[in-house]
Design a protein around this ligand. Sequence first.
Ligand SMILES: NC(=O)c1ccc[n+]([C@@H]2O[C@H](COP(=O)([O-])OP(=O)(O)OC[C@H]3O[C@@H](n4cnc5c(N)ncnc54)[C@H](OP(=O)(O)O)[C@@H]3O)[C@@H](O)[C@H]2O)c1
Length: 218
Amino acid sequence: MLITGTSRGLGAELARLYTEDGWRVIACQRLATDDTADRLALDVADAASIDALGRSLQGVAIDLLINNAAVRGDIGGLATLEPDDFLDVMRVNALAPLLVTRALLWNLRAGEHSVVANISSRAGSLAEGTLDDDDGDYAYRCSKAALNMATVKLAQDLRADGISVVSLHPGWVQTDMGGSEAVVSVEASAAGLKAIIDSTGLADSGSFRAYDRRRVSW
Ligand SMILES: NC(=O)c1ccc[n+]([C@@H]2O[C@H](COP(=O)([O-])OP(=O)(O)OC[C@H]3O[C@@H](n4cnc5c(N)ncnc54)[C@H](OP(=O)(O)O)[C@@H]3O)[C@@H](O)[C@H]2O)c1
């Protein structure tokens, strides 16, 4: 399996869980801390870095891709919305998962019952995102809504290859992004996400679920 954004937070814990479970884990982070073959440098904001990742993995079958890396961006609402920040967040959270999936398409096709798991957020749900959450994170919400459409469109396009694509909401998690008031531990969220991913098949492709298996409305 290959996962992006493994330097900390959920990405680090998911990489640890899959390693513990006996998977070969290709852990990708902006600054690779050592030279082991399965810890690769990847800046998902950089299309050339994504292309280089694809080239370095030629001939390697990949059963599972977790697009986890993301940024929150500005949270000050309309007043502080700034074009470059907005586009940076869109690039990392919405465009990069598409580019990484495309760069690894051969690898995913060569895998068995392959799954692409896009770590999204309920904050990007048009139906539920503002029900109990009024944070002014315009860029983040728009990026996750766009990522959700990428999930649905990829699910449609990759079904013929036997590749399932899902959006997953990890809960409000105690990471740098979630902050100190978050209610779900990294361990509980990652374990829940792994359980869902490991049982995902084509019947689930194009769906949006939370770490506790609850279906999230788009
Ligand atoms: N925490 C929550 O409450 C919550 C809620 C809903 C959804 N999510 C989603 O869950 C996922 C994981 O979030 P988290 O809470 O673990 O966040 P986090 O603690 O802030 O970690 C974010 C990770 O993404 C990486 N990253 C950011 N930009 C990158 C880039 N350009 N290239 C490569 N890696 C990059 C970071 O690497 P660096 O160390 O190099 O910056 C870090 O490893 C994200 O998709 C997030 O949107 C989180």
